[in-house]
Design a protein around this ligand. Structure first.
Ligand code: C2G
Length: 443
Protein backbone atom coordinates (compact mmCIF):
# COMPACT_ATOMS: atom_id res chain seq x y z
CA UNK A 1 0.00 0.00 0.00
CA UNK A 2 1.40 3.40 -1.04
CA UNK A 3 0.75 5.99 1.67
CA UNK A 4 0.56 9.66 0.71
CA UNK A 5 0.50 12.70 3.00
CA UNK A 6 -0.25 16.34 2.33
CA UNK A 7 -0.84 19.41 4.52
CA UNK A 8 -2.73 22.67 4.33
CA UNK A 9 -4.85 25.28 6.01
CA UNK A 10 -7.83 24.56 3.72
CA UNK A 11 -9.58 27.78 4.78
CA UNK A 12 -12.84 28.46 2.88
CA UNK A 13 -12.34 25.20 0.95
CA UNK A 14 -12.32 25.78 -2.82
CA UNK A 15 -11.76 23.79 -5.98
CA UNK A 16 -8.02 24.49 -5.94
CA UNK A 17 -7.82 22.56 -2.67
CA UNK A 18 -10.15 19.83 -3.95
CA UNK A 19 -8.11 19.26 -7.09
CA UNK A 20 -4.94 19.08 -5.04
CA UNK A 21 -6.45 16.50 -2.70
CA UNK A 22 -7.84 14.44 -5.61
CA UNK A 23 -4.42 14.32 -7.30
CA UNK A 24 -2.71 13.59 -4.00
CA UNK A 25 -5.04 10.65 -3.43
CA UNK A 26 -4.35 9.39 -6.96
CA UNK A 27 -0.62 9.16 -6.16
CA UNK A 28 -1.21 6.17 -3.87
CA UNK A 29 -3.70 4.00 -1.99
CA UNK A 30 -4.05 5.86 1.28
CA UNK A 31 -4.09 9.64 1.82
CA UNK A 32 -3.45 11.38 5.11
CA UNK A 33 -4.28 15.10 5.22
CA UNK A 34 -2.68 17.32 7.83
CA UNK A 35 -4.82 20.37 8.61
CA UNK A 36 -2.94 23.24 10.25
CA UNK A 37 -3.86 24.27 13.79
CA UNK A 38 -4.85 27.93 14.35
CA UNK A 39 -1.78 28.71 16.47
CA UNK A 40 0.55 27.09 13.92
CA UNK A 41 -0.95 29.18 11.12
CA UNK A 42 -0.60 32.34 13.22
CA UNK A 43 3.01 31.49 14.06
CA UNK A 44 3.84 31.07 10.37
CA UNK A 45 2.20 34.39 9.50
CA UNK A 46 -1.20 33.22 8.23
CA UNK A 47 -3.29 35.59 10.37
CA UNK A 48 -6.35 36.00 8.16
CA UNK A 49 -7.74 32.49 8.45
CA UNK A 50 -11.50 32.72 8.86
CA UNK A 51 -12.57 29.24 9.77
CA UNK A 52 -11.71 27.42 12.96
CA UNK A 53 -9.63 24.25 12.86
CA UNK A 54 -12.72 22.10 13.38
CA UNK A 55 -14.61 23.82 10.55
CA UNK A 56 -11.66 23.26 8.22
CA UNK A 57 -11.27 19.63 9.27
CA UNK A 58 -14.97 18.96 8.73
CA UNK A 59 -14.85 20.57 5.28
CA UNK A 60 -11.95 18.34 4.24
CA UNK A 61 -13.61 15.27 5.77
CA UNK A 62 -16.86 15.99 3.91
CA UNK A 63 -15.01 15.65 0.59
CA UNK A 64 -14.53 11.94 1.28
CA UNK A 65 -11.06 12.04 -0.32
CA UNK A 66 -8.87 11.76 2.78
CA UNK A 67 -8.49 8.37 4.43
CA UNK A 68 -7.17 10.01 7.59
CA UNK A 69 -7.05 13.58 8.88
CA UNK A 70 -4.47 14.80 11.42
CA UNK A 71 -3.64 18.24 12.83
CA UNK A 72 -0.37 19.98 12.00
CA UNK A 73 0.71 21.86 15.11
CA UNK A 74 4.42 22.58 14.99
CA UNK A 75 7.33 23.33 12.70
CA UNK A 76 9.02 20.08 11.69
CA UNK A 77 6.03 17.88 12.43
CA UNK A 78 6.07 16.63 8.83
CA UNK A 79 9.23 14.62 9.57
CA UNK A 80 7.63 13.07 12.65
CA UNK A 81 4.48 12.22 10.69
CA UNK A 82 6.33 10.70 7.70
CA UNK A 83 8.16 8.37 10.09
CA UNK A 84 5.18 7.70 12.35
CA UNK A 85 2.81 6.82 9.50
CA UNK A 86 5.45 5.17 7.24
CA UNK A 87 4.68 7.59 4.44
CA UNK A 88 5.91 6.85 0.88
CA UNK A 89 5.02 10.18 -0.78
CA UNK A 90 4.75 13.73 0.55
CA UNK A 91 2.93 16.07 -1.82
CA UNK A 92 1.94 19.72 -1.87
CA UNK A 93 1.10 22.39 -4.45
CA UNK A 94 3.81 23.81 -6.74
CA UNK A 95 3.63 27.17 -4.96
CA UNK A 96 5.82 25.39 -2.41
CA UNK A 97 8.32 24.12 -5.03
CA UNK A 98 11.63 23.44 -3.32
CA UNK A 99 10.46 24.31 0.20
CA UNK A 100 10.09 20.68 1.27
CA UNK A 101 13.03 19.13 -0.57
CA UNK A 102 14.50 18.34 2.86
CA UNK A 103 11.80 15.65 3.16
CA UNK A 104 13.45 13.69 0.30
CA UNK A 105 15.60 12.14 3.01
CA UNK A 106 12.48 10.41 4.35
CA UNK A 107 10.15 9.86 1.40
CA UNK A 108 9.40 10.83 -2.19
CA UNK A 109 8.45 14.52 -2.60
CA UNK A 110 5.97 15.50 -5.34
CA UNK A 111 4.94 19.10 -6.13
CA UNK A 112 1.60 19.17 -7.94
CA UNK A 113 0.73 22.10 -10.24
CA UNK A 114 -1.23 24.70 -8.33
CA UNK A 115 -4.70 25.52 -9.67
CA UNK A 116 -4.58 29.06 -10.98
CA UNK A 117 -7.33 31.63 -10.45
CA UNK A 118 -8.52 30.75 -6.98
CA UNK A 119 -7.19 31.30 -3.46
CA UNK A 120 -8.56 31.63 0.03
CA UNK A 121 -7.30 35.21 0.31
CA UNK A 122 -9.18 36.18 -2.88
CA UNK A 123 -12.34 34.60 -1.46
CA UNK A 124 -11.84 36.45 1.82
CA UNK A 125 -11.66 39.74 -0.06
CA UNK A 126 -14.74 39.00 -2.18
CA UNK A 127 -16.90 40.98 0.26
CA UNK A 128 -14.86 43.96 -0.81
CA UNK A 129 -12.29 45.80 1.22
CA UNK A 130 -13.28 47.50 4.41
CA UNK A 131 -12.17 51.10 3.92
CA UNK A 132 -10.39 52.19 7.10
CA UNK A 133 -9.69 55.85 7.86
CA UNK A 134 -6.91 56.97 10.22
CA UNK A 135 -7.84 59.88 12.50
CA UNK A 136 -5.13 61.49 14.57
CA UNK A 137 -1.61 62.88 14.42
CA UNK A 138 0.27 60.24 16.42
CA UNK A 139 3.33 58.55 14.94
CA UNK A 140 1.55 55.32 15.98
CA UNK A 141 -0.53 55.80 12.80
CA UNK A 142 2.55 54.81 10.80
CA UNK A 143 2.58 51.39 12.48
CA UNK A 144 -1.18 50.94 12.06
CA UNK A 145 -1.00 51.75 8.35
CA UNK A 146 1.90 49.33 7.88
CA UNK A 147 0.26 46.53 9.84
CA UNK A 148 -3.03 46.96 7.96
CA UNK A 149 -1.13 45.82 4.87
CA UNK A 150 -1.01 42.30 6.34
CA UNK A 151 -4.80 42.11 6.74
CA UNK A 152 -6.72 40.61 3.79
CA UNK A 153 -9.80 42.67 3.08
CA UNK A 154 -8.74 45.84 4.89
CA UNK A 155 -7.75 48.97 2.96
CA UNK A 156 -6.36 52.12 4.59
CA UNK A 157 -8.39 54.55 2.52
CA UNK A 158 -7.92 57.92 4.16
CA UNK A 159 -6.38 60.15 6.79
CA UNK A 160 -7.35 63.07 8.93
CA UNK A 161 -4.42 64.50 10.90
CA UNK A 162 -4.41 68.08 12.20
CA UNK A 163 -0.62 67.83 12.57
CA UNK A 164 1.31 65.50 10.23
CA UNK A 165 4.81 66.18 11.60
CA UNK A 166 5.19 62.64 12.91
CA UNK A 167 3.51 60.79 10.06
CA UNK A 168 5.43 58.76 7.48
CA UNK A 169 5.42 59.65 3.79
CA UNK A 170 3.36 56.51 3.12
CA UNK A 171 0.65 57.73 5.48
CA UNK A 172 0.72 61.27 4.19
CA UNK A 173 0.27 59.94 0.65
CA UNK A 174 -2.83 57.85 1.42
CA UNK A 175 -5.53 57.94 -1.30
CA UNK A 176 -7.58 60.55 0.55
CA UNK A 177 -6.22 63.12 2.99
CA UNK A 178 -9.20 64.95 4.49
CA UNK A 179 -9.11 68.46 5.83
CA UNK A 180 -11.76 67.63 8.38
CA UNK A 181 -12.75 64.61 10.46
CA UNK A 182 -16.29 64.77 9.07
CA UNK A 183 -14.94 64.68 5.50
CA UNK A 184 -12.88 61.59 6.35
CA UNK A 185 -15.90 59.81 7.79
CA UNK A 186 -17.80 60.29 4.52
CA UNK A 187 -15.11 58.38 2.60
CA UNK A 188 -14.63 55.35 4.87
CA UNK A 189 -16.51 52.41 6.40
CA UNK A 190 -14.50 52.37 9.64
CA UNK A 191 -12.09 54.60 11.48
CA UNK A 192 -9.05 54.01 13.68
CA UNK A 193 -8.66 56.86 16.16
CA UNK A 194 -5.60 57.95 18.09
CA UNK A 195 -6.02 61.67 18.66
CA UNK A 196 -5.81 63.33 22.11
CA UNK A 197 -7.62 61.39 24.86
CA UNK A 198 -9.81 64.41 25.58
CA UNK A 199 -11.00 64.35 21.95
CA UNK A 200 -11.77 60.65 21.76
CA UNK A 201 -15.28 60.58 23.19
CA UNK A 202 -16.68 63.11 20.70
CA UNK A 203 -14.79 61.58 17.75
CA UNK A 204 -16.02 58.07 18.56
CA UNK A 205 -19.59 59.31 19.08
CA UNK A 206 -19.56 61.20 15.77
CA UNK A 207 -18.28 58.15 13.88
CA UNK A 208 -20.87 55.85 15.46
CA UNK A 209 -23.67 58.27 14.67
CA UNK A 210 -22.41 58.37 11.07
CA UNK A 211 -22.76 54.58 10.96
CA UNK A 212 -19.02 53.90 10.95
CA UNK A 213 -17.25 51.09 12.79
CA UNK A 214 -14.73 52.38 15.33
CA UNK A 215 -11.41 51.13 16.68
CA UNK A 216 -10.23 53.77 19.14
CA UNK A 217 -6.94 53.64 21.04
CA UNK A 218 -7.66 53.27 24.73
CA UNK A 219 -8.93 55.32 26.54
CA UNK A 220 -11.89 56.03 24.27
CA UNK A 221 -13.60 58.12 26.95
CA UNK A 222 -12.74 59.83 30.24
CA UNK A 223 -15.42 58.31 32.45
CA UNK A 224 -17.27 55.03 32.91
CA UNK A 225 -20.49 56.76 31.93
CA UNK A 226 -18.93 58.10 28.76
CA UNK A 227 -17.64 54.70 27.73
CA UNK A 228 -20.98 53.08 28.54
CA UNK A 229 -22.79 55.64 26.40
CA UNK A 230 -20.52 54.91 23.43
CA UNK A 231 -21.09 51.17 23.86
CA UNK A 232 -24.86 51.71 23.93
CA UNK A 233 -24.84 53.99 20.90
CA UNK A 234 -22.75 51.49 18.94
CA UNK A 235 -25.29 48.75 19.69
CA UNK A 236 -28.17 51.01 18.66
CA UNK A 237 -26.41 52.04 15.43
CA UNK A 238 -25.32 48.42 14.84
CA UNK A 239 -21.68 49.27 14.37
CA UNK A 240 -18.61 47.66 15.91
CA UNK A 241 -16.92 49.78 18.58
CA UNK A 242 -13.68 48.44 20.04
CA UNK A 243 -10.69 49.82 21.86
CA UNK A 244 -7.19 49.44 20.54
CA UNK A 245 -4.57 48.15 22.98
CA UNK A 246 -2.10 45.99 21.03
CA UNK A 247 -0.81 44.04 24.04
CA UNK A 248 -4.21 42.42 24.53
CA UNK A 249 -3.85 40.81 21.09
CA UNK A 250 -0.35 39.38 21.58
CA UNK A 251 -0.61 35.57 21.68
CA UNK A 252 1.86 35.24 24.57
CA UNK A 253 -0.13 37.72 26.66
CA UNK A 254 -3.47 36.01 26.00
CA UNK A 255 -1.95 32.55 26.74
CA UNK A 256 -0.43 33.90 29.97
CA UNK A 257 -3.90 34.93 31.11
CA UNK A 258 -5.32 31.47 30.35
CA UNK A 259 -2.51 29.77 32.29
CA UNK A 260 -3.20 31.94 35.32
CA UNK A 261 -6.87 30.97 35.17
CA UNK A 262 -5.86 27.28 35.30
CA UNK A 263 -4.24 27.96 38.71
CA UNK A 264 -0.72 27.22 37.47
CA UNK A 265 0.75 29.76 39.96
CA UNK A 266 -1.99 29.38 42.57
CA UNK A 267 -3.91 32.41 43.80
CA UNK A 268 -2.62 35.70 42.40
CA UNK A 269 -1.58 37.97 45.27
CA UNK A 270 0.47 40.63 43.55
CA UNK A 271 1.04 42.13 40.10
CA UNK A 272 3.94 44.44 39.25
CA UNK A 273 3.84 46.08 35.84
CA UNK A 274 6.28 48.70 34.56
CA UNK A 275 6.07 50.61 31.29
CA UNK A 276 8.61 53.36 30.64
CA UNK A 277 10.04 54.99 27.54
CA UNK A 278 12.50 57.71 28.44
CA UNK A 279 11.94 60.82 26.36
CA UNK A 280 15.14 62.93 26.15
CA UNK A 281 13.21 66.06 25.21
CA UNK A 282 10.17 66.40 27.52
CA UNK A 283 9.02 69.34 25.43
CA UNK A 284 8.73 67.24 22.29
CA UNK A 285 6.97 63.94 22.98
CA UNK A 286 6.90 63.30 19.22
CA UNK A 287 3.13 63.14 19.19
CA UNK A 288 3.09 60.65 22.08
CA UNK A 289 0.78 61.23 25.00
CA UNK A 290 1.99 61.92 28.52
CA UNK A 291 2.86 58.61 30.20
CA UNK A 292 -0.27 58.06 32.26
CA UNK A 293 -2.27 57.94 29.03
CA UNK A 294 0.48 56.51 26.83
CA UNK A 295 1.25 53.63 29.18
CA UNK A 296 -1.55 53.58 31.78
CA UNK A 297 -4.04 51.52 29.75
CA UNK A 298 -1.34 48.94 28.98
CA UNK A 299 -0.15 48.71 32.60
CA UNK A 300 -3.71 48.49 33.94
CA UNK A 301 -4.79 45.84 31.42
CA UNK A 302 -3.35 42.77 33.23
CA UNK A 303 -4.40 44.12 36.62
CA UNK A 304 -8.03 44.66 35.63
CA UNK A 305 -8.16 41.43 33.61
CA UNK A 306 -6.61 39.27 36.35
CA UNK A 307 -7.68 40.96 39.59
CA UNK A 308 -10.88 42.67 38.45
CA UNK A 309 -11.77 46.32 38.14
CA UNK A 310 -13.08 47.05 41.65
CA UNK A 311 -10.15 47.65 44.01
CA UNK A 312 -10.63 48.87 47.59
CA UNK A 313 -7.95 51.60 47.64
CA UNK A 314 -5.92 53.47 45.07
CA UNK A 315 -2.73 55.47 45.70
CA UNK A 316 -1.23 57.49 42.86
CA UNK A 317 2.20 59.09 43.28
CA UNK A 318 3.01 61.39 40.37
CA UNK A 319 5.97 63.50 39.38
CA UNK A 320 5.13 66.32 36.98
CA UNK A 321 7.51 67.69 34.37
CA UNK A 322 6.20 71.25 34.82
CA UNK A 323 5.22 73.58 37.68
CA UNK A 324 1.65 73.91 36.31
CA UNK A 325 1.27 70.10 36.68
CA UNK A 326 0.09 69.87 33.09
CA UNK A 327 2.49 67.09 32.14
CA UNK A 328 3.13 63.98 34.20
CA UNK A 329 6.41 62.23 33.58
CA UNK A 330 6.26 59.51 36.21
CA UNK A 331 3.48 57.81 38.14
CA UNK A 332 3.41 54.93 40.50
CA UNK A 333 -0.06 53.50 40.99
CA UNK A 334 -0.85 51.11 43.87
CA UNK A 335 -4.21 49.35 43.76
CA UNK A 336 -5.25 47.48 46.90
CA UNK A 337 -7.79 44.67 46.49
CA UNK A 338 -9.37 42.46 49.16
CA UNK A 339 -6.72 39.73 48.94
CA UNK A 340 -4.20 41.19 46.52
CA UNK A 341 -2.28 44.28 45.46
CA UNK A 342 -1.03 45.74 42.19
CA UNK A 343 1.80 48.18 41.69
CA UNK A 344 2.26 49.95 38.38
CA UNK A 345 4.91 52.33 37.13
CA UNK A 346 4.34 54.40 33.99
CA UNK A 347 6.88 57.02 32.90
CA UNK A 348 8.46 58.99 30.13
CA UNK A 349 10.77 60.95 32.41
CA UNK A 350 12.12 57.95 34.30
CA UNK A 351 13.70 54.73 33.02
CA UNK A 352 12.98 51.44 34.73
CA UNK A 353 12.81 47.71 33.91
CA UNK A 354 9.74 47.17 31.71
CA UNK A 355 8.77 43.81 33.15
CA UNK A 356 5.54 42.19 34.28
CA UNK A 357 5.55 39.94 37.35
CA UNK A 358 2.41 38.09 38.45
CA UNK A 359 3.03 36.60 41.89
CA UNK A 360 0.99 33.66 43.16
CA UNK A 361 0.77 31.27 46.11
CA UNK A 362 2.42 28.43 44.13
CA UNK A 363 4.79 30.33 41.87
CA UNK A 364 5.00 33.40 39.65
CA UNK A 365 4.95 34.45 36.03
CA UNK A 366 7.84 36.55 34.78
CA UNK A 367 7.56 38.49 31.52
CA UNK A 368 10.79 40.22 30.54
CA UNK A 369 11.00 43.74 29.16
CA UNK A 370 9.34 44.93 27.00
CA UNK A 371 6.54 42.83 28.45
CA UNK A 372 3.89 44.73 26.47
CA UNK A 373 5.43 43.48 23.20
CA UNK A 374 6.30 40.06 24.45
CA UNK A 375 6.58 36.75 22.63
CA UNK A 376 8.00 35.01 25.72
CA UNK A 377 7.33 34.40 29.39
CA UNK A 378 8.33 32.01 32.17
CA UNK A 379 6.38 30.26 34.90
CA UNK A 380 8.80 30.03 37.84
CA UNK A 381 8.66 27.99 41.04
CA UNK A 382 10.68 27.60 44.23
CA UNK A 383 12.48 24.69 42.61
CA UNK A 384 13.85 26.08 39.29
CA UNK A 385 13.78 22.54 37.87
CA UNK A 386 10.00 22.93 37.63
CA UNK A 387 10.16 26.22 35.71
CA UNK A 388 8.39 26.35 32.35
CA UNK A 389 9.15 28.60 29.40
CA UNK A 390 6.67 29.70 26.73
CA UNK A 391 7.29 31.29 23.38
CA UNK A 392 4.62 32.51 20.94
CA UNK A 393 5.53 34.27 17.71
CA UNK A 394 4.56 37.94 17.78
CA UNK A 395 4.60 39.85 14.49
CA UNK A 396 4.00 43.59 14.39
CA UNK A 397 3.63 44.04 18.17
CA UNK A 398 0.08 42.62 18.01
CA UNK A 399 -1.39 45.47 15.92
CA UNK A 400 -2.13 43.27 12.89
CA UNK A 401 -3.95 40.75 15.10
CA UNK A 402 -5.95 43.65 16.56
CA UNK A 403 -6.91 44.75 13.03
CA UNK A 404 -7.78 41.19 11.94
CA UNK A 405 -10.03 40.80 15.00
CA UNK A 406 -11.68 44.18 14.29
CA UNK A 407 -12.30 43.26 10.62
CA UNK A 408 -13.66 39.81 11.50
CA UNK A 409 -16.05 41.37 14.02
CA UNK A 410 -17.18 43.98 11.47
CA UNK A 411 -17.76 41.24 8.88
CA UNK A 412 -19.44 39.12 11.58
CA UNK A 413 -17.05 36.28 10.85
CA UNK A 414 -16.42 36.13 14.56
CA UNK A 415 -17.37 37.94 17.74
CA UNK A 416 -14.06 37.85 19.58
CA UNK A 417 -13.33 40.40 22.27
CA UNK A 418 -9.80 40.55 23.69
CA UNK A 419 -10.62 43.48 25.99
CA UNK A 420 -13.73 43.04 28.10
CA UNK A 421 -16.05 46.09 28.16
CA UNK A 422 -15.76 46.31 31.96
CA UNK A 423 -11.96 46.56 31.60
CA UNK A 424 -12.25 49.32 29.00
CA UNK A 425 -14.76 51.08 31.20
CA UNK A 426 -12.42 50.92 34.22
CA UNK A 427 -9.48 52.26 32.17
CA UNK A 428 -11.67 55.18 31.05
CA UNK A 429 -12.57 55.79 34.71
CA UNK A 430 -8.90 55.89 35.75
CA UNK A 431 -7.96 58.14 32.84
CA UNK A 432 -10.70 60.62 33.74
CA UNK A 433 -9.78 60.66 37.43
CA UNK A 434 -6.13 61.21 36.60
CA UNK A 435 -6.95 64.09 34.28
CA UNK A 436 -8.84 65.71 37.16
CA UNK A 437 -5.77 64.96 39.29
CA UNK A 438 -8.17 63.18 41.66
CA UNK A 439 -6.46 61.39 44.57
CA UNK A 440 -2.96 62.11 43.29
CA UNK A 441 -0.05 62.66 45.61
CA UNK A 442 2.63 64.75 43.97
CA UNK A 443 6.21 63.60 44.49
N1 C2G B 1 -3.57 24.86 -3.58
C1 C2G B 1 -3.65 24.67 -4.94
N2 C2G B 1 -4.28 25.59 -5.72
C2 C2G B 1 -4.81 26.70 -5.17
C3 C2G B 1 -4.73 26.91 -3.79
C4 C2G B 1 -4.09 25.98 -3.00
O1 C2G B 1 -3.17 23.65 -5.45
N3 C2G B 1 -5.42 27.60 -5.99
C5 C2G B 1 -2.89 23.86 -2.76
C6 C2G B 1 -1.70 24.41 -1.99
O2 C2G B 1 -0.53 24.43 -2.81
C7 C2G B 1 -1.58 23.42 -0.84
C8 C2G B 1 -3.03 23.04 -0.57
O3 C2G B 1 -3.77 23.42 -1.73
O4 C2G B 1 -0.87 22.28 -1.28
C9 C2G B 1 -3.60 23.78 0.63
O5 C2G B 1 -3.40 25.18 0.41
P1 C2G B 1 -3.61 26.19 1.64
O6 C2G B 1 -4.83 25.80 2.35
O7 C2G B 1 -3.44 27.56 1.10
O8 C2G B 1 -2.46 25.90 2.66
P2 C2G B 1 -0.89 26.04 2.50
O9 C2G B 1 -0.37 26.79 3.66
O10 C2G B 1 -0.54 26.54 1.15
O11 C2G B 1 -0.56 24.51 2.66
O12 C2G B 1 3.14 23.23 5.27
C10 C2G B 1 2.56 23.12 3.97
C11 C2G B 1 1.47 24.13 3.86
O13 C2G B 1 0.62 23.96 4.95
C12 C2G B 1 0.71 23.95 2.55
Amino acid sequence: MIKVITYGTFDLLHYGHVRLLQRARALGDHLIVGVTADAFDKARGKINVHQSLMERIEAVRALGIADEIIVEEYEGQKIDDIRRYHIDIFTVGSDWEGTFDYLKEYCQVVYLPRTEGVSSSEIRSEEGHLRLGLAGSSSFMNKVAKEAGFVNGLEVAGLYAPDDRYLSEAVKELPYVADSYEALLEKVDAVYIKAQPEEHFEMVKKAIEAGKHVLCESPSALSEEGYQLLLKEAEECQVVFEEGLKTAYATAYSRLRLLIKTGIIGQVVSIDATCTSLNEDPNDMKGRWDPFFEWGPTAMLPVFQIMGTEYQEKHVYTHFADAQKKHDDFSRIDLIYKNSVASLKVASGVKSEGELIVSGTKGYIYVPAPWWNTDYFEVRYEDPKNNKRYFYQLDGEGIRYELVCFLQNVRKWSQQRYIEPEVSRAICREAGEFLKRKGIREI
